[in-house]
Ligand binder design. Structure first.
Ligand SMILES: NC(=O)C1=CN([C@@H]2O[C@H](COP(=O)(O)OP(=O)(O)OC[C@H]3O[C@@H](n4cnc5c(N)ncnc54)[C@H](OP(=O)(O)O)[C@@H]3O)[C@@H](O)[C@H]2O)C=CC1
Ligand SMILES: O=C(CO)COP(=O)(O)O
Ligand SMILES: [Zn+2]
Length: 348
C-alpha cells in the first residue's frame, strides 16, 4: 500500500530587487495577517533600514537583539506578547532571522523575513539554527510567510557578508555528497529533487562567479536568488541536509571553540575544501571548490578565517559528535588524517 505523504511549506510572497523594502507593507497586506506588527532586529540592520520599515506601519512595536540564543528567543517572545503582537517582521542577518523564526514558532504566529545581508541561506528556510548547550544546528520552524529582499540594501552591506553567502552556497556540493553517502550507507531518507536543486544552485552560482563583484546590485541579485533557492531545497527536504553536511558540522564546532571569530558562510566554505578532499582524495574536486571560493573572494585558508591550525584540527576531529547526521567524517577522523587533509589542501 502506498502510504507516503509530504507537507512542503514555502513563503507565499517573495519580493526581491531594487528598493523593494518600500513594498513591505503591501506584501504584508496581501497575507491577510491581523494584529500588531512587531519588528525584530539587531543594531546595524536597525540603523540601516529600521526606519524604512517603521514608517510603513501605524502601530509597530520592536525589539533589538544582539545574539542568536535561547535567551534572545525568550526576550522576543516576552516582548511580542507584552506588545500584543499579531505577527513578526525579522530585519537583519541570519542571527535575527533565526531568532524571529523560532520566536514566531513559539508564539504560533507568522513572520516575514527582510534580510539585510546576503550572507546565509536561512532567509527562506524552515530551519532555525540557535546554539543550545554543546550543540548548534538547525531545528524545524515554520518558514517565513513572505520574504522581502532589497538588493539595494544587500549590495551596500559589507562585501564579506556577500562572499559568506556565496560560500554557504558553494558548500552545497559537499552537503549533497554527504547526504547521498548517508543514503547509501545508513539508508537516510534522500530527496532527488532537493539534492538536485541544491547542487544546481551551487553550479549556477559558480558559473556566474566572475560577475559577482562588490558594490554591484546585480551581484546581490545573483547571490540572493541562490540563497532563496537553497532555502527552498531545505524546505522540500524538510531538513537542512541539502545545504548542511560535514562542512557545517566543522563550522558549528568552530562556533563553540572560537565563537564569533569568522562568519558562518566563510567557515563552511573552508570546511568544504577539506571535506571534499576527504570525499574524493588528492586528485578530487577540492581544487574546484577552493577556486570557486577564491573567485568570489571568500577565504580558503584557516589563516584567512583568523583561526589557528590546532583549532581547525580539533574542530575536524570532533565535528562528528555534534549531531546525529552521518557524513564522510563517519565516527570521527584521526588527527593524522585531519592534518593530512588540511595540509594537502593548504587550509593550514
Ligand atoms: N536557519 C538556517 O537554515 C540557516 C541559518 N544560518 C545561521 O545564520 C547565521 C549566520 O548569518 P550571518 O548573517 O552571517 O550572521 P549575523 O546575523 O550575525 O550577521 C553578521 C554581521 O553582519 C551585520 N549586518 C547585517 N546586515 C548588515 C548590513 N546591511 N550592513 C552592515 N552590517 C550588517 C550584523 O550586525 P549586528 O551585529 O548588528 O546584527 C552582524 O554583525 C548563523 O547563526 C548560522 O547558523 C545559516 C544558514 C542557514
Ligand atoms: O547553515 C545551514 C544551511 O546552510 C543550516 O544548517 P544546520 O542545520 O547545520 O544549522
Ligand atoms: Zn549554512
Amino acid at each position: 500500500m502506498f502510504d507516503k505523504s509530504t507537507w512542503i511549506q514555502l513563503p507565499r510572497n517573495v519580493l526581491m530587487g531594487h528598493g523593494v523594502v518600500d513594498e513591505l507593507a503591501d506584501a504584508v497586506d496581501e497575507l491577510y495577517l491581523t494584529g500588531r506588527p512587531f519588528l525584530v532586529t539587531s543594531p546595524t540592520p536597525n540603523d540601516i533600514a529600521g526606519d524604512a520599515v517603521r514608517t510603513q506601519f501605524d502601530d509597530i512595536a520592536s525589539v533589538t537583539i544582539e545574539t542568536a540564543s535561547f535567551e534572545s528567543v525568550e526576550r522576543v517572545v516576552d516582548a511580542a506578547e507584552a506588545a500584543d503582537a499579531g505577527y513578526l517582521i525579522a530585519l537583519g542577518g541570519g542571527k535575527v532571522i533565526d531568532t524571529a523564526k523560532m520566536a514566531s514558532d513559539s508564539l504560533d504566529c507568522g513572520f516575514v523575513s527582510v534580510p539585510t545581508a546576503a550572507s546565509h541561506d536561512g532567509i527562506v528556510s524552515g530551519r532555525s539554527s540557535i546554539p543550545e548547550g554543546d550543540t548548534r544546528h538547525s531545528v524545524a520552524a515554520d518558514p517565513p510567510l513572505a520574504v522581502v529582499a532589497d538588493t539595494t540594501i544587500l549590495a551596500e552591506a559589507p562585501w564579506e557578508l556577500t562572499t559568506a553567502g556565496c560560500a554557504d552556497i558553494i558548500s552545497n556540493y559537499t552537503a549533497v555528497k554527504d547526504w547521498q553517502l548517508a543514503h547509501r550507507l545508513k539508508n537516510a531518507e534522500y530527496s532527488e529533487y532537493a539534492g538536485a536543486l541544491s547542487q544546481m544552485t551551487a553550479e549556477m552560482l559558480v558559473d556566474n562567479a566572475e560577475s559577482i563583484k562588490p558594490n554591484l546590485e546585480e551581484s546581490a541579485w545573483v547571490v540572493v536568488k541562490a540563497l532563496l533557492s537553497s532555502g527552498v531545497a531545505m524546505s522540500i527536504a524538510d531538513s537542512s541536509r541539502p545545504a548542511s553536511g560535514a562542512e557545517h558540522l566543522f563550522s558549528h564546532q568552530l562556533d563553540r571553540l572560537v565563537p564569533g571569530r569568522a562568519l558562518h558562510g566563510h567557515q563552511v566554505g573552508v570546511g568544504s575544501i577539506v571535506i571534499e578532499y576527504l570525499h574524493s582524495g588528492e586528485k578530487g574536486e577540492w581544487r574546484d571548490i577552493r577556486n570557486a571560493l577564491d573567485e568570489v573572494g571568500a577565504p580558503t585558508t584557516a589563516a584567512e578565517l583568523g583561526i589557528d591550525a590546532e583549532t581547525v584540527l580539533e574542530a575536524l576531529t570532533t565535528a562528528h559528535t555534534i549531531r546525529d547526521r552521518y557524513t564522510i567524517l563517519g565516527d570521527g577522523v584521526s588527527e593524522e588524517a585531519a592534518r593530512e587533509a588540511a595540509t594537502f589542501t593548504g587550509v593550514i
